[in-house]
Write a protein of this length. Sequence first.
Lengths: 346, 346, 322, 322
Amino acid sequence: MATVQVSETALSANDAALTTEMTYAEAIRDALKLEMRRDERIFLLGEDIGIYGGAFAVTRGLFEEFGAERVRDTPISEAAIAGAAIGAALTGMRPVAEIQFSDFMALTMDQLVNQAAKIRYMFGGKAKVPLVMRTPLGSGTGAAAQHSQSLEAWFAHVPGLKVVMPSSPADAKGLLIAAIRDDNPVVFFEHKLLYRVKAAVPTGSYVTPLSQSAVKRAGQDVTVVAFSIMVPRALAAAQRLADEGIDVEVIDPRTLRPLDDTPILESVKKTGKVVIVHEAVGSGGFGGEIAARITESDAFHYLDAPVRRLVGAEVPIPFNPNLERAAVPQEDDIVTAVRRLVREGR
Amino acid sequence: MATVQVSETALSANDAALTTEMTYAEAIRDALKLEMRRDERIFLLGEDIGIYGGAFAVTRGLFEEFGAERVRDTPISEAAIAGAAIGAALTGMRPVAEIQFSDFMALTMDQLVNQAAKIRYMFGGKAKVPLVMRTPLGSGTGAAAQHSQSLEAWFAHVPGLKVVMPSSPADAKGLLIAAIRDDNPVVFFEHKLLYRVKAAVPTGSYVTPLSQSAVKRAGQDVTVVAFSIMVPRALAAAQRLADEGIDVEVIDPRTLRPLDDTPILESVKKTGKVVIVHEAVGSGGFGGEIAARITESDAFHYLDAPVRRLVGAEVPIPFNPNLERAAVPQEDDIVTAVRRLVREGR
Amino acid sequence: MSYLGILDADLPDLLKTMYHIRAFEEKVDELFMQGAIHGTTHLSIGEEAVPTGALHALRSDDYITSTHRGHGHCIAKGADLNLMMAELLGRESGYCRGRGGSMHIADVDAGNIGANGIVGGGIPIAVGVGLSIHMQQQARVCLCFFGDGAANEGTFHEAINLCSIWRLPVIFLCENNQYGMSMSAKLSMHVASVADRAIAYGIPGESVDGNDVFAVHHAVWQAAERARAGQGPTLIEARTYRYKGHSKSDQNRYRTRAEIDDWRARDPIVIFTEVVRARGVLAPGADTQVRANAYADIEAAYAFALASPEPQVADLLEGVYA
Amino acid sequence: MSYLGILDADLPDLLKTMYHIRAFEEKVDELFMQGAIHGTTHLSIGEEAVPTGALHALRSDDYITSTHRGHGHCIAKGADLNLMMAELLGRESGYCRGRGGSMHIADVDAGNIGANGIVGGGIPIAVGVGLSIHMQQQARVCLCFFGDGAANEGTFHEAINLCSIWRLPVIFLCENNQYGMSMSAKLSMHVASVADRAIAYGIPGESVDGNDVFAVHHAVWQAAERARAGQGPTLIEARTYRYKGHSKSDQNRYRTRAEIDDWRARDPIVIFTEVVRARGVLAPGADTQVRANAYADIEAAYAFALASPEPQVADLLEGVYA
Ligand SMILES: Cc1ncc(C[n+]2csc(CCOP(=O)(O)OP(=O)(O)O)c2C)c(N)n1
Ligand SMILES: Cc1ncc(C[n+]2csc(CCOP(=O)(O)OP(=O)(O)O)c2C)c(N)n1
Ligand SMILES: [Mg+2]
Ligand SMILES: [Mg+2]
């Protein structure tokens, strides 16, 4: 690539009219493929993303289409992967790095937080770092404590980063395209258990804007704020609760930083009750932030019950499957929590 | 040291009757010295902690007393410092590591979070990791974005870690002794601006238990929850507010994980109004956790105003001193926030 | 009588260890296929000579740090097969009470500081173990296992450097099985051998045939002698190969059948068995008995595991803090 | 006419660069003493030959990544002294609008990817710059400055390895000023030279006299030739010394007066001035004029900075996101 080619035609939203059934993993692959075709500056780097196709097969086929230069297998060197992405982003490229499990983001924290997130501000706004770090999080696969964490709260605490957590195939595709086109470092958390979830996804290229919370289900009685894997669980729970006459509104922030809290506050003003659900460990989790946003705003005055958090247990994720399940909120837990809140609310 | 010597005599709390004026840095040094004299398994490791005496002179003189074996200068290798502490802790030693600035903890996250914090649980409770990581945090020294962060929320989110943030010389000494005697990995955050603060400190060895929040000032009208540098600022603000007839109760959690929230909830039940103050960036900061603890408990029903957070701005810490000051809560800001809350509370 | 530094009398035991490892891994493979084990696993079939030779060079009170591909290390360190299998099946009787699983088996009191799910994660921990030995003036050593892929992590560098300046009794043993997941070691580094990196730390480095128990034993034995004599760490590369995929999900797209066959033709157990036979320390045909016993031990371990209770969900929060 | 690869005609300019660096650092030192500058600073007095020689070997569109001790790199890369001084004084007119300060001066568009407050933090970033050059098929190189202390960070290892396998056009230039803060490089690593570590990555390594502009220039020039020819990275160690303490708070407890005096006796500016004189490219005494002009430039930069406004507190939140 001597001169950089950017085709703007693919930017048209018209192609998005049709939809195809595809998995969350396929939707992510589709986003990568469409963007890489559009803009030669975009390239992928990470461990085993080439021939192997990625630990979760997300990049399968991309090596074959785009070759080893643009789908770069790296040694097992997470800090260097992050640094390489930063340096490339600073000098005209648009890297999309994959960190094989989000637990290993721990090895990139200096590069991501002390470098990528701060460079623009430290340099007086005179540089930009357009990179995406894709990485899978979450438990449920029996991979135990070092491969099952949900550490999104760390990143959501860092000015300069954007943090995205799609909960559906269509969101995954549109949000990833938005993340790639964003001129800031974006951490893009994919949930392992969602990879095989199938749903209708618009064909062609489209952008789902970052920092726009979505009402995933409208309801009158109680607000459930959920993201990532907890959204389908909350929707399933809402379905069951509807049969009991409890009308649940499910809000998915989708982007945790910068957080669009308006739809959450509006919803709470309407329902007066809220359950915040996430997989991550409760203490210090992002649920606290959401709770605080609600209770420091005027939505506070509309609350008619305490703000409830339904969150991960205060443990490393255990290996044994029964313990593992018990460590994070399940559909049943959401049903129970909502039911109890509605009954108890004065 | 062929056989490990532990003198239990120094454990007596009687020596603590007398007090001496000393700085926060001196109090920390005193704790290290007393503990190292008591227990030969305790040793220090970190960058420039020997002859140099530490970047903030905290360990000055310890090299002279305890020698190069027990006051170990390391190369600039933060991950290896953490790992060395873990391996030593697992096999009978009690390391106290210093990370020169807490921003560099980013380089230790894998060792600290994926290893130290999880080892005990992953190993079925059959191992222990008694180590302390001491590290200075905070802004106010003109060191800019990569040397001024307050990232305690990251650590407070991790089961298996304990997180301590002393706000006074006496607490620093007693809490550090407790941290050293604790059988778990403890992250001990010292505030750079507190190092030179002087106050009365009990002589001799004493333990200030971890996970015990302290009422730093009793009051009836409004609760201020603050930790680290924000405690002296809150106390100074409370003094001024007292002149206006506003009686502020100041609670210092001191340990963020495991958090003792009872005194906070009790206080809020009494006052009905709360301001949570911290230096760290607001979004995703530990203030959210405290707010959520309050509003998910029965204290919620006693609140007569929204929960107010007074927290760091959503920026990397800037170099320019005026911007730097503006980025974090100052005494005046606390006064204003409390005043406004009291006036607005219904 | 001994051969290349190993007593003839010890050969049957070493053969048993190799068969235990292989049988254990084969059983685990089978159980995964059946869906009877949760999660993922990393098998070391084909690599048995490395831990077998290495641990035979050490004393029982020496330490090891292990990796995600750690069953062989654990067995060669003398672990109880029942407790291992119970752990893989997530049972309360397992080494980690079912909380750890394949990637976290540990037995700190017995000197196994633990498998590790983080590539390169155990290397700095080995430094601390070495430091502890040094400060307590013990005669122990710490053997640190890691892979060729791990040799590109920053921790490798920091840890070996630290051991080299402090002359700690640590042996860094790289199991170069030619791949870090799908990436060939030939592509992930621009040196012929991981042992070449010893020069960067001013310590001895040696590359040996990792399918040869004697070669591994000899190199580790020498390194342990140096370590106990206060001469500091050594970096050893043992060249070997894994027959199976990297983990459960591997489709083997990155290597050829011919390569796998070449390595299978140099199977470490076959090679070792030939020596055992040549030394005549076992009655003719007794080696097949060793093999059969080993497989039976594994079945017994499986039966033990199956008969063990699962952890109680009520105990979920137990064991986070000491 | 040229001498050791540098054109005689360029010598006055190089002398000017060295004096600019020294004068800048002396002024900063003075301002810190007065409390006129906030924060901390790391001065490179005594190390001027390294950036001066190195940057003269590169083209203006080449990139650099720099360190906490980066004023010299920045000046040798051709920075505007006014904007630098304004940055140190935290002014809106500074390179980083007063948000960065000494440790974060950068000018990405001009090829200075930035100073870095994290030891070793810039090394992986240089990989990315090299990758970017490679993928865009440019003829540029990236020069990565770092210290002897940084050579023990994991990032050093990961980054050089990555550049070596991808053959990226990056020059790793270690300014070995003998100490990482208080720790002697002799104690922090068990090799004679940081350049010895090149072997671990299969790349060329060279150690040169860092107080000799010509030696540094030559090594960097060769490395740049290799890089532009697609032959990948080089590791260079430049042996030098900082006269001043590590930073503001240094009490110099870890080194001797004699050692400092020895190095001062080999002052890089004095050595270089002798060559300039010997080559006769300046009228007798003209070198003192170069010196005087350089000091005057720094005073002018200080005046510029002083006259510049401070940032507006109202703009605090500006510039976090693009
Ligand atoms: C820090 C980290 N990065 C990536 C992974 C994913 N992963 C697990 S094993 C492995 C390959 C390791 O290669 P090597 O060190 O050679 O050991 P081997 O699997 O060949 O025994 C990878 C990439 C991980 N577990 N930890
Ligand atoms: C990751 C990290 N660790 C520690 C420090 C504190 N620190 C700043 S400079 C320095 C010494 C660096 O030594 P070297 O790389 O040789 O550079 P020099 O200061 O000698 O130019 C240290 C320890 C830091 N800024 N970053
Ligand atoms: Mg391997
Ligand atoms: Mg140095």
